[in-house]
Design a protein around this ligand. Structure first.
Ligand code: GLN
Length: 548
């Protein structure tokens, strides 16, 4: 580690899962930035998968893709959205990856015959990871996934305990996020689960420096003192983390409760300097004063697990912020649209814009194609993302070019693979190859790729740039053989890979707003810097709502 003055903040969770540790970490990162510090946020996931790339969105929610092509935990999306610091491959590690590295080293003989054990070998590998790839950052915030007490997280807790001991109080701070349940019958917030969780942590050798207590109700001072007494803390280190109506209110709310102040006190940093919270105040102000509403329909198959669309939901909200209006998302299960005589007019009655997002597999695809057909014919603003773009191209080919067999080879053998597996493509560092037999994990076109925007195109007027870089995560590509046929019928590919081989964006100039993109624009949108595609789509949907 070159930077010897860097400070580490370890964030653990207790009592239950889903406490919003990711948001809490992202918010603290944003508050430290507001105080002028540079930060990096990292997620240490205790599960055995090597990365979340092969995990079902139903179980793990969205897989967040970084510029450098890593498939990571969705919390990295929060980190990037709240801080603007682009997440990297090296910002997410799992037990699976740690163990594969340790075992690979063992096979190479790097341990010189030693017996390989969790302590010290696995914990050393975790520590090495935590201390790696640190440059000039003032703070490294490491969130430990899972809940304290889980068997899986033990090596991670042990590793951060060791680091706390090795680096000392001046370089490490432990924050524990817990829950204070409100018991209606007693009319009280209960502190016992928090006390137990802290005891569990103390039993593993970690004394938390700050407690962030999630609660539905304001925590009375005497309850804070009680927690402090039982958990060996000062009362001011017990921070109230009240439920919030918007995630973008969280940084200010935590600041008002003194979270960043306590962190600065812990590290003996300047506490008198006021943080610059203007960007968060501005967002709050827009949210509080927004008038009007548009309804955006998302047609997908994971609609019962909306975490699968985390970044998309946020990007849509950012589009609302850019237009100072509220956006309501209507979830439409694509499988319900498979039957052609479903009452589409009724289903889409008050929908002002339609998005068909990314997806995998044949199930629900015909329903998506039907929704796209409805949006195209009825001039409803439409954005197709990755799989949604591929389905839109198939819809147009079948219904306008009259290529009835048009399909994707993702669904099995097809007579007309309009969307097909690409076996070789150019990356920044050389050629990438894959075949039908390639592993499923980590073998997609992943990460940021450049795309050239056509002169005079609608897309160029939206991005106001000639070349853009957006993030990809897919195996299949639109076959470029048909580009001129599409053009003749009014669908133009207005964004291409720099070597002109891969169609990346299409648009239909005669439609008010009909765009498909092979990449995932939602991954780069920020509340303080809404993505132009989403700002433009929400604007077009607003116009559409006025026509109704
Ligand atoms: N399943 C499609 C492919 O692999 C699209 C993936 C996606 O939407 N991210 O090409």
């Amino acid at each position: 580690m070159k930077n010897t003055s860097v400070k580490f903040i370890f964030i653990t969770g207790g009592v239950v899962s889903s406490l919003g540790k990711g948001l809490a970490s992202a918010s603290l990162g944003a508050l430290l930035q507001a105080r002028g510090y540079s930060i990096k946020l990292r997620k240490l996931d205790p599960y055995l998968n090597v990365d979340p790339g092969t995990m079902s969105p139903y179980q793990h929610g969205e897989c967040y893709v970084t510029d450098d092509g890593a498939e990571t935990d969705l919390d990295l999306g929060h980190y990037e959205r709240f801080t603007g610091v682009p997440a990297k491959k090296s910002d997410n590690i799992t037990t699976g990856k740690i163990y594969s590295n340790v075992i690979a080293k063992e096979r190479r003989g790097d341990y010189l015959g030693a017996t390989i054990q969790v302590i010290p070998h696995v914990t050393d590998a975790i520590k090495e990871y935590i201390l790696s790839d640190i440059n000039e950052e003032d703070f490294i915030l490491c969130e430990i996934g899972g809940t304290v007490g889980d068997i899986e997280s033990l090596p991670f807790i042990e590793a951060i305990r060791q680091l706390g001991n090795e680096l000392g109080l001046t370089q490490t701070c432990f924050i524990h996020v817990t829950l204070l349940p409100f018991i209606k019958a007693a009319g009280e917030l209960k502190t016992k689960p928090t006390q137990h969780s802290v005891k569990e942590l103390q039993g593993m050798g970690i004394q938390p420096d700050i407690l962030l207590c999630r609660t539905e109700n304001i925590i009375p001072e005497e309850q804070k003192s009680k927690i402090a007494l039982f958990c060996n803390l000062k009362s001011e280190s017990v921070i109230e983390a009240l439920d919030s109506s918007s995630i973008y209110k969280v940084p200010i709310s935590y600041h008002n409760q003194g979270l960043d102040l306590q962190v600065c006190k812990h590290f003996y940093l300047d506490v008198l300097k006021k943080p610059d919270l203007s960007r968060w105040n501005k967002i709050n102000h827009i949210q509080n004063s927004s008038e009007g509403n548009v309804n955006i329909g998302i047609v997908g198959k994971y609609t019962s697990m909306i975490d699968a669309y985390k970044s998309l939901i946020e990007a849509i909200n950012h589009g609302g912020l850019a237009n100072k209006i509220k956006v309501t998302i209507k979830w439409i299960d694509s499988e319900k649209l498979e039957i052609l005589n479903s009452n589409f007019n009724n289903i889409f009655k008050d929908i002002n814009g339609i998005i068909v997002p990314g997806g995998f597999g044949e199930r629900g695809s015909e329903g998506k194609i039907n929704a796209i057909n409805f949006a195209r014919i009825n001039k409803i603003p439409f954005l197709g993302i990755c799989f949604g773009m591929q389905m839109a191209v198939i819809e147009f080919a079948r219904n306008v070019l009259n290529l009835k067999d048009a399909s994707s080879s993702e669904f099995g053998k097809t007579k007309l693979p309009l969307v097909g597996l690409l076996t070789e493509w150019q990356t920044k560092t050389g050629f990438e190859k894959r075949s039908k037999e390639s592993n499923l994990g980590g073998t997609m076109r992943l990460g940021a790729y450049d795309c050239k925007l056509a002169e005079g195109s609608f897309i160029k007027s939206i991005y106001k740039k000639e070349v853009i870089a957006e993030r990809h995560r897919h195996r299949y590509e639109v076959n470029n053989k048909y580009i001129s046929d599409f053009k003749k019928k009014g669908l133009i590919f207005s964004g291409m890979s720099p070597d002109n081989s891969l169609p990346e964006i299409f648009e239909i100039p005669l439609h008010p707003w009909f765009i498909g993109v092979q990449f995932h624009p939602e991954l780069k949108s920020k509340p303080f810097d809404p993505h132009p595609l989403f700002s433009s789509l929400i604007n077009a949907s607003l116009k559409q709502s006025r026509l109704l």
